[in-house]
Design a binder for this molecule. Sequence first.
Ligand SMILES: *Cc1c(COP(=O)(O)O)cnc(C)c1O
Length: 397
Amino acid sequence: MSWLDEFPERIAALDALHQRRRTREVMPAGGAAVMVDGKRMLAFCSNDYLGLAGHPALVRAACAGAREYGVGSGGSPLVGGHSAANGRLQRELAEFVQMPRALYFYAGYATNIGIVPALVGEGDALFSDALNHACLIDGARLSRAQVHRYPHADWAALERLLAASPARRKLLITDAVFSMDGDVADVPQLLALCERYDALLLLDDAHGFGVLGPQGRGTLAHFGLSGAQASGRILYMATLGKAAGVAGAFVAGPQPLIEWLLQKTRSYIFATAAPPLLASALSASLGLIAQEEQRRTDLRARIAQLRTGLASILPGTGWQLGVSNTAIQPLVIGHNAAALAVMEGLQARGLWVPAIRPPTVPEGTARLRIALSASHTAADVAQLLATLAELAAQHRT
Ligand SMILES: *Cc1c(COP(=O)(O)O)cnc(C)c1O
């Protein structure tokens, strides 16, 4: 039998392990609601944390960008595809995160799988948190540097690995806000370790940008480590398809490092630049992120409401709420089948909360990843809590 005939069986094996993923066709339906396969659902699965993805100012800016530049960028940024809109956005992004220079990419995944191998290679050493996002892990693999994986947030283990490494070039890679747990990395501690061991720190702030720090300037600003306090040892990467509500990503840092990345990042050099209309939308988005503090205030209120409500629902269920003060609230259920059952119970009642299963998260920690947004109302969160209380009661009996 040819191996090509094995795919149906291999897919069935995923089904048996409750690991098969599905895509659903969605349409926006006002606020945090979406139409999913024709049915109206209240969604708790979007990373549009500030509710900007459908904002009229962004839509207008995108349309104006399309009229001015057309739709496609036409080529690699280094071979004619770098529009004035993308150039302006790069300067605005650098200013927004108070770093000397920024490079704008079409996607966050492509950024990390490209910049890690541009920075380190064979004979160099990488230090990577066990819960890092897949694209940091893939970037590490592509680099051919030796990868030292440390248990999640275990700084003592990290220090032992750094101290034992004979490599001259050391790169520490980490999510700033962990994408499946919502906890924030202790950046001052990581930076101190990098200084002690002459390492470079690459922070992936996909879930902190726009949400944390004064005016949403991100996790570095949250810790007071940007602007005049910025370190020459940090590369700050963030994505623009989450809180910023558009698409793409950027990496910011010291001039020579960003220039090096421009020269050597294969996923930047050998790929078509992002459409300029997205840069136009992003310029508008940066303005709203900085000005509209109310969105972050609303988001924080929803986070507090959810956590307080769950605290009285969970006892006796065996379910556990992760320690997170960000928009990502992990409700760990345990077994894959149990997590799926809760997800389906919510779904039947018009609530869409994704179940995240291994291998995305460690074995035995299948969970509901509740993503909150400024577009959720207090009534939306109350509805989720009431439904979870109902399912928890069934679960206990
Ligand atoms: C979403 C995400 C990415 C990927 O960004 P895209 O722009 O969606 O490709 C990278 N890192 C983290 C931590 C993410 O959550």
